[in-house]
Design a protein around this ligand. Structure first.
Ligand code: G
Ligand code: G
Ligand code: MN
Ligand code: NA
Length: 253
């Protein structure tokens, strides 16, 4: 069987799993997390999305996969433990999924069916959204923001778009790409870039999440630069099976 066919079957037969990676504030409190898909393959075990997301994007299966993840995240947000803790959850939205004519309706109906507070749902998009019709993409985002949903710009700082262009997007959050965090302590240039991005975010009233925080020193540096920053990365926790997280939400240190 080709991987496309296997993936099709996997979606049909419920082999996908939602994992969550916590996002932590400067006091070590978990405020929410990012949902990341995994494939519980009957023979290969847990397959990483790096191996099948590109395939799903090429063959269009990213649309049903993305629908499923959105549904899962709404279910999780509806969990009484998540509600009680006030967590926000974010989910990755692939360009093809976003460009789909039904996307706004799908999000709207997922919110209505689950009865969640839409402000707790963040859609992570990348600047590749801007490769097609920009005005149309912005209009769609505006319609979703009107529903109460939040937008995060993922992998911020690694793309090719001009800042002016990016700042036209109606987003509420920037996700600092892990390349900036990786050598924050040793590379003065990375640090200057991070400081500049933090200033920009502050001026625009955007929340910032740092990705790929693997060491305490990185978290401390980031928090010294911007106390309101949220950190996500292996130092706090790897992505964990959503059900496991629910059972023990205070996983991060
Ligand atoms: O979790 P991991 O770091 O292995 O993820 C690898 C890549 O797969 C990342 O770029 C991540 O954004 C992407 N990814 C993970 N889960 C999803 C998902 O549910 N939808 C989409 N579109 N991408 C995802
Ligand atoms: O593309 P996106 O930013 O959505 O994907 C995030 C990816 O980063 C996921 O695949 C996740 O598993 C991975 N990740 C999360 N924390 C860390 C970390 O601390 N270090 C590294 N190297 N990768 C991480
Ligand atoms: Mn992401
Ligand atoms: Na990212």
């Amino acid at each position: 069987m080709t991987i496309e066919k296997e993936l099709f079957v996997a979606i049909q037969e419920g082999q996908l799993r939602a994992f969550l990676q916590p996002q932590v504030d400067m006091y070590g409190r978990v405020l929410g997390g990012e949902a990341l898909v995994r494939w519980q393959h009957p023979e290969k075990g847990m397959v990483s999305p790096g191996e099948f997301i590109p395939v799903a994007e090429d063959c269009g299966l990213i649309v049903p996969l993305g629908d499923w993840m959105l549904e899962q995240v709404c279910l999780l947000l509806n969990d009484p433990r998540v509600r009680a803790a006030g967590y926000s959850l974010s989910v990755n939205v692939s360009p093809l999924q976003f460009q789909h004519a039904d996307f706004v309706e799908k999000v709207k109906s997922a919110i209505q069916r689950s009865g969640i507070d839409p402000r707790k749902l963040t859609l992570e998009v990348t600047e590749s959204l801007l490769l097609s019709d920009v005005d149309h993409a912005i209009q769609k985002m505006v319609n979703l923001v009107a529903l109460g949903v939040q937008f995060a710009l993922d992998d911020f700082g690694t793309g090719y778009s001009s800042l002016a262009y990016l700042m036209r997007l109606p987003i509420q959050e920037l996700k600092l790409d892990q390349v900036f965090i990786r050598d924050l302590r040793v590379n003065a240039e990375s640090r200057v870039l991070v400081e500049a991005i933090l200033m920009l975010a502050k001026a625009k009233g955007l929340r910032v999440v740092a990705e790929g925080v693997e060491e305490l020193e990185q978290a401390e540096l980031l928090r010294a630069l911007e106390p309101s920053i949220l950190c996500q990365g292996y130092w706090f926790s790897r992505p964990v099976l959503a059900e496991e997280w629910m059972a023990n939400p205070a996983l991060a240190h």
